[in-house]
Design a binder for this molecule. Sequence first.
Ligand SMILES: [Zn+2]
Length: 503
Amino acid sequence: MIEILHHGAVSGVTGSCHELRLSKADIGARGVSPRRDRPRSQIGCQNPQATKGADPLGSDPTLLPAPDSHLGILIDCGLFQGQEDKQRVNAGDLAIDFSITHIRALVVTHVHIDHVGRIPYLLAAGFDGPIICSEPSAIMLPEILEDALKIGFTRDRSLINRVLDLIRARIVPVPYGQWHEVFNEGECSLSVRLQRAGHILGSAYVECDARAGNYDERVVFSGDLGAPHSPLLPEPVSPERADRLVIESTYGDKDHEDRETRRYRLKQVLEHALADGGTVLVPAFSIGRTQELLYEIEGLIAEFGGFWSQLEIVVDSPLAAEFTKIYRDLKPFWDAEARALVKAGRHPLSFEQLTVINSHEDHLNAVEYLAKSHRPCVVLAGSGMCAGGRVVNYLKAMLGDARNDVLFVGYQAAGTPGRDILTYGPRGGWVELDGERYDIRAQVHQVGGYSAHAGQSDLLRFVEGIPDAPKQIRVVHGDDDAKRALQAQLKPMVPGTEVLVPH
Ligand SMILES: [Zn+2]
């Protein structure tokens, strides 16, 4: 039996975490048999010794077959960001609340925190298998987890270093397009192949060839898919086969503007700054959007020159700066257009007008300087949903001035200040930051295409491109409305396919 499980939905505070489970029981049984684990109480444990080698579910034989009767892999182990995040009361909620004694490996689709943020908790629960990911992800994963550990896990530097060493030792980089055997134990075997997902550098969708007895199946986990025509990265190509598909649906209910339209809108916002010496504040995630935007802004400056070369670009985030450097170092993974620019002598991610701010003191100085200066400037600072990070200081200093613009380029989860600014800003409303109200006089814009996520049509095209329609599609990872909307579009498109929204 080959099952797909979705972990973490019970507590509602976790990001992506799926399992592909092969059971030695019922060998020979054919057909899809989706089953979801029943809700359980919190049983996670911070002490590896406490769970290692024992099934934390206990010995009740009615719950599950004996622990050695199945084998599995996890696909991602993420931390949810957004509204539900506020309900989090303690780290115990983030502990791994499912059995992992049979888990042979973790496959990471990409290094966004909602896909990797719980890896430290997985290790704490006793997971000792390999962490399989693409070659760029292997470089970026310790960087992003170091940041996550500092913020949410511990301030103990030596503990952070120990966890990072552990993670580095477990990482197994696998080149795109190459099969990698995860296990082959008696009647059960499983191999995975990573394919470019075009979402952020290193992102992959995962093809799994699973065999349990005389039953075999190709299961594909999309991870997050990128939009076609994104700057920098090649677009994803549909899988050649998928008997079952688990697909993300962050933007399952809407389409983005095409690249020309959003480039034009970006140009308009920047022209506003150029005209009156205002600041364009872009709350941006460190990985993906920041680099895409730098790439587009460099392109605009190169195209229009003259007045445009006055525009200053500030990346105020040590992490974003670090990832921009990694993006720069990994040019072989860029798309043909970006590589052609480099060949022509351009430097899309390290141009003259670009300043990087690292220290907190420089950050505070920049906020003060920009609030008073009348020089046109673009500031990229995290967090992307304005729920913390350096962008908050900029917002406090700049929201009240009509010369300024706030440009959202990413998804804004309900309950975040980002969503409130987007909703109330255009009506002349206010937003609460650190317990205080700030009136919004700055212009507020949203340009969808830099979100690094595929839109609804892109997701449908991804499915349509699979030569034989999957027998089952599971729509995951998005607001309920987005999941339902994508489900409604998929059903008539692949009438013979069971289209599920798992809970
Ligand atoms: Zn992502």
